[in-house]
Design a binder for this molecule. Structure first.
Ligand code: IPM
Ligand code: MN
Length: 362
């Protein structure tokens, strides 16, 4: 491909700041012949306040047609529908469902230079991937829940055999492709559920066990979600690839991010068979928006994942090469103390972005 069309949605709060940073970094990594064309489209809470629409149809069409989608962050507290749910989340949630972005890949890695709140862990000790099912589970109830007579609220958790099977296969493939570090020489997929209490999770586990038979080279284990929350604090070095239902994956993502420096260090890739959507796992952080101090690393690393995905899909080696450079330079910047306020540093978003770009150009 000569040109890749990237649909860019800045979104709300710090979204525009971190998104612009990531675009700058990608352009620097690919140089003057950069084959990516970035086009901005509106969506989010602020757009909803202005126009009454959180996710305009033309933005949806552009996202569907694009080769990849890059997002800053969406949502603002108080910008809600009459039922109390946030309007600004439509962009992210509708893309997931309507483009069938079933795999949400969230690498959790402790970088040199970043301090973990966990005692005694150093760079490299934490390096695993949370694979969050992104198209069903409890989130499938978004917009479809019921409130009965103002007294009883119901949301339904949906898990299908096909949905579980494809996310579990993806987990094993990620383990084979050496996502995350092998532990004690073992590549391992951990199935995280609540099979002891709920039928839907028992089903998830049983489909996991069936699919696992096709991957005899990968070790497997089960962990209950509550115990998992503890394990991610007490023995994060044990894990390689963790697969779970949508809502559990959402919750574990934030816990895991906290162990490697916080939400600012949590990249994410949401992919289906046809489309890819890239944004950090964090929210729009309106409290620090516009101050120029937001941590851009999560979005920069998400953009690197976008280049990997595009390159793999199109057999274009330039893109993963650029992604690798972005990761190397990011690592060097962090190790050199280029830290934003959330990482207890003093560097601004612009300073970090400028440094990353300079090193890429060098
Ligand atoms: C995430 C976010 C989203 C979610 C929000 C923004 C809809 O928290 O990507 O983890 O709940 O999935
Ligand atoms: Mn989340």
């Amino acid at each position: 491909k000569d040109v890749y069309q990237i649909a860019v949605v800045h979104g709300d709060g710090i979204g525009p700041e971190v998104c612009a940073a990531a675009v700058e970094v990608v352009k620097a990594a690919l140089g003057p012949g950069c084959p990516l064309r970035f086009t901005e489209y509106p969506a989010g809470a602020e757009h909803f306040l202005k126009t009454g629409q959180s996710f305009p149809q033309p933005t949806f069409e552009a996202c569907r047609a694009a080769d990849a989608i890059l997002h800053g962050a969406g949502g603002l507290p108080g910008v809600v529908y009459p039922d109390g749910t946030e309007a600004g989340l439509d962009f992210t949630l509708r893309l997931r469902f309507e483009l069938d972005l079933y795999a949400n890949i969230r690498p959790i890695r402790l970088f040199e230079g970043v301090t973990s709140p966990l005692a005694g862990v150093k760079a490299g000790d934490i390096d695993y991937v949370i694979l969050r099912e992104n198209s069903e589970g409890l989130y499938a109830a978004r917009g479809a829940g019921a409130l009965l007579r103002g007294e009883v609220a119901v949301d339904t958790l949906v898990q299908t055999r096909a949905g579980i099977e494809r996310i579990v296969r993806k987990a094993f493939e990620l383990a084979r492709q050496s996502s995350g570090a092998p532990r004690d020489g073992v590549r391992r997929v951990t199935c995280c559920d609540k099979a002891n209490v709920l039928r839907s999770y028992a089903f998830f586990r049983s489909v996991f066990d069936e699919v696992a038979k096709d991957y005899p080279d990968i070790a497997t284990e089960h962990a209950l979600i509550d115990a998992m929350a503890m394990h991610l604090v007490l023995k994060p070095g044990h894990f390689n690839v963790i697969v779970s239902e949508n809502m559990f994956g959402d919750i574990l993502s934030d816990l895991a991010a906290a162990t490697v420096g916080g939400m600012g260090m949590a990249p994410s890739a949401e992919v289906g068979d046809a489309n890819g959507f890239f944004q950090a796992a964090h929210g729009s952080a309106p409290d620090i928006a516009g101050k120029g101090i937001a941590n851009p690393y999560g979005t920069i690393l998400s953009a690197a994942a976008m280049l990997d995905w595009l390159g793999r899909g199109h057999g274009d080696e330039r893109l993963p090469r650029a992604a690798e450079q972005i990761r190397r330079v990011t690592e060097a910047c962090l190790a050199n103390g280029l830290l934003s306020a959330d990482l207890k540093g003093k560097s601004s978003t612009a300073e970090i972005t400028g440094n990353v770009c300079d090193r890429l150009a060098a």
